[in-house]
Design a protein around this ligand. Structure first.
Ligand SMILES: [Ca+2]
Length: 230
């Protein structure tokens, strides 16, 4: 074998060795689980939204726009005495065209009464003869309507079971107000949350004793008003 041929063979062998070592190194790196990139923990958008403080809706401020949101929640204050409950016959949420956009929309609730016949859907079924009844003694009662998308809201009307029946010392139509004007901070209220975490509106508390509560967001000095229809 000539000298030149030996040199060529040596060069080829060296090149082949280099290529093989590179391939082996790449294979080793990509198959090592320890070297795989670690994904960032996924943040919980629900928890993030829940940390945002609600904004009191004060229509005494000139130029206040009606609230704009998707989730309408009717709540009783946490820690309220068990004898006060939420018992809406119907919760109506009207858009700026006067359409009840809550009708037959999906609802979720907390503090549901154990008795049958009071499903949460009763609060938005359009029937004043059906009722949702929260649970006596629950720490926090609420029912939330999903409007399906952000909607500018003009008015909310809540009707409740009136009845002169007194249970645990409280008449039927005093239950959602926490007993009336003397209830301190234990009334019920509405929050409206948009799909953006920082768009949360909160009404003042219902304190009056009534069978119908109306909040008209288009009025300059809006507040809960009452209409006794029974
Ligand atoms: Ca109903």
């Amino acid at each position: 074998m000539k000298k030149n041929q030996m040199i060529i063979i040596l060069v080829v062998v060296v090149v082949v060795c280099c290529v093989l070592s590179t391939v082996i190194a790449m294979t080793t790196t990509t198959s090592d689980p320890a070297s795989a990139p670690v994904s960032d923990p996924v943040s919980d958008p629900v928890s993030e939204a829940d940390t945002v403080s609600a904004v009191e809706f004060d229509e005494s401020i000139p130029g206040r726009e009606p609230p704009f949101g998707r989730y309408v929640r009717f709540s009783f204050h946490e820690g309220a005495p068990g004898k006060y409950i939420l018992a809406p016959k119907e919760i109506k949420v009207f858009d700026m065209q006067g359409v009840n956009v809550a009708l037959n929309k999906p609802v979720t609730a907390h503090g549901h009464h154990s008795l049958e016949g009071y499903p949460k859907e009763n609060a938005v079924d359009g029937d004043e003869n059906t009722i949702w009844h929260s649970e006596h003694g629950s720490d926090t009662d609420w029912i939330e309507i999903d409007l399906g998308k952000d909607i500018k809201i003009s008015k909310i009307i809540i009707t409740q079971g009136t009845g002169t029946t007194v249970y645990n010392g409280v008449a039927g139509w005093a239950r959602m107000s926490g007993g009336g004007p003397d209830s301190g901070d234990k009334g019920s209220y509405i929050t409206i949350k948009g799909t953006e975490p920082d768009s949360i509106w909160k009404t003042e508390d219902i304190k009056a004793v009534s069978s119908v509560y109306v909040y008209d967001f288009t009025k300059e000095t809006g507040k809960w008003e009452t209409e006794d229809i029974n």
